[in-house]
Design a protein around this ligand. Structure first.
Ligand SMILES: [Zn+2]
Length: 479
């Protein structure tokens, strides 16, 4: 709509809407949830825990009374939902896995929510085994929006901010403005050296204050800006989620935008939300949204700072498909106590270490985690993007999309360094490709492999399930 306005009107309108209260046009659920988050942010640990316990008892009672899958699980484990008297009783509850949901999604739907209020959400999918569950229509999306706004506001974002959104893989066209002209969606397909010069001017005129993307798309933009600089682009913050940020990506983004990078974590399930704060990059998990547990390989709680475990979440807001001790398949490193910098008594995670499937398998059965393949040098400087693919243990295909500046001699340098990281029991093949396919939700995978995790019976999905809610909103806003 903004594009149709005569030019002289644009500036005053932008001035005017920039001064409207930021929550002005949000729904009652968003405003109410945002108010609650604001009020509870400064609560003591004891008060937050008391709140968590009350919400936990509520959701467990609800699941036991109205969700057949849970009723059966609790019975099988001899769990009495009425016997939860403290948060210490939480580990006594059985976990919910993605396999549970895949095997019998209908058994995990509450029978007391009217059918027309159930909204089906399907996440994952590249493995051919998507996970389906339900949200309450018109409620859970708004709750998630309030948490997102609370996180993003820590670096100055408000609903009135101008944001360049790079999560829209579905966009058939290259650019699209949101109805309120506050968001400019750039389709992922347009983040391409051939297309970018033609959209650079629109981006400059839009003058984004924030870039919202996946680490891979924010990196692509940073790379493209290096080749086709857009003058006067003064971004205040880059907000990323949904993929693990690799070191090289962080460097590209930091150098490209020279501003704060806020990484946040959320799931399409909305079972938990976390992000850095005003001054720390550690993920602060909202205790208001649910409980966080990290479990080690033997399913014991990770309690020592710096140790890694699987993120297991219990969400307090989804009453359609409750998520109680939900195994996310994401791995994280436990942080220390609570954040001294901001004073919030939220559990901290130092970093999200990756998906449980982010590993390669050597011929000998040895596992090479994705983090071991992190490149800290400029090794891939002349490569747009790359991916390690594996279908057979001991064999890896490195696929690269070259920049025009790529010199043939670099192949040997890359082969040597990556072979050293992979180890001698892995055969490395290098391929040059035109493009690396993204997941159905537009995410880039550095490691795309189809092997089961050897020492575990679990089959984590390969596709990331982190919510890209802005992408969903974008989808919803399409005519
Ligand atoms: Zn903090």
């Amino acid at each position: 709509m903004r594009r149709l306005l005569p030019r002289p009107l644009k500036a005053p309108l932008r001035w005017l809407s920039g001064r409207l209260p930021p929550l002005w046009r949000q729904s009652a659920t968003v405003r109410r949830t945002a108010r609650f988050i604001r009020q509870s942010e400064g609560w003591s640990e004891a008060r937050l825990r008391a709140h968590q316990l009350a919400r936990l008892q509520e959701i467990v009672r609800h699941a036991s009374a109205h969700v057949p899958g849970y009723r059966q699980k609790f019975l099988a484990h001899g769990v009495d939902p009425a016997a939860i008297r403290s948060l210490a009783d939480l580990p006594g509850l059985p976990c919910l896995t993605k396999d549970d949901l895949r095997a019998a999604p209908e058994r995990y739907v509450a029978d007391n929510i009217p059918r027309e209020r159930l909204q089906l959400v399907v996440s994952g999918g590249t493995t051919g085994t998507p996970t389906g569950f339900y949200h309450i229509a018109g409620y859970n999306d708004d709750v998630a929006r309030a948490f997102r706004l609370a996180m993003w506001s820590r670096i100055g974002y408000t609903p009135a901010s101008r944001a360049l959104d790079l999560t829209a893989s579905f966009a058939p066209d290259r650019l699209r403005f949101a109805a309120d002209a506050r968001t400019l969606w750039v389709s992922i397909g347009a983040l391409d050296p051939g297309q970018f010069p033609s959209i650079a001017d629109t981006i400059r005129r839009f003058d984004p204050e924030f870039v919202i993307g996946f680490p891979s798309t924010a990196t692509l933009l940073a790379q493209l800006l290096r080749e086709t600089p857009v003058p006067a682009l003064r971004v205040r913050g880059v907000i990323t989620a949904s993929e693990v940020m690799h070191e090289a990506q962080r460097r590209y983004i930091a150098e490209g935008f020279r501003c704060r990078i806020l990484e946040w974590y959320g799931l399409a399930e909305y079972a938990g939300f976390a992000a850095g704060c005003e001054s720390s990059d550690a993920y602060h998990f909202f205790p208001q949204a649910g409980t966080l547990e990290l479990l080690d390989e033997a399913d014991r709680p990770v309690t020592r700072e710096g140790d890694e475990g699987e993120i297991v979440l219990t969400g307090f807001y989804n009453w359609a498909t409750p998520f109680i001790r939900y195994r996310t398949g994401d791995r994280a490193v436990l942080g220390r106590g609570h954040c001294e910098a901001c004073g919030r008594h939220y559990p901290l995670v130092e970093r999200i270490a990756g998906r449980t499937q982010e590993f390669l398998v050597a011929r000998t059965g040895r596992l090479v985690p994705g983090s071991a393949l992190n490149v800290h040098s400029d090794l891939f400087h002349h490569v747009w993007t790359y991916q390690m693919r594996q279908d057979t243990p001991g064999e890896v295909d490195l696929c690269m999309v070259r920049k025009p500046s790529y010199a043939p001699a670099q192949t040997e340098v890359i082969r040597r360094e990556m072979q050293a990281k992979l180890g001698p029991d892995m055969v490395l093949r290098i391929h040059f490709v035109e493009a690396i396919p993204r997941t159905p939700r537009g995410k880039h995978q550095f490691i795309a492999q189809t092997l089961p995790r050897p020492e575990s019976g679990r089959h984590p999905s390969v596709e990331g399930d982190h919510a890209s809610s802005s992408a969903r909103e974008a989808k919803g806003a399409r005519p």
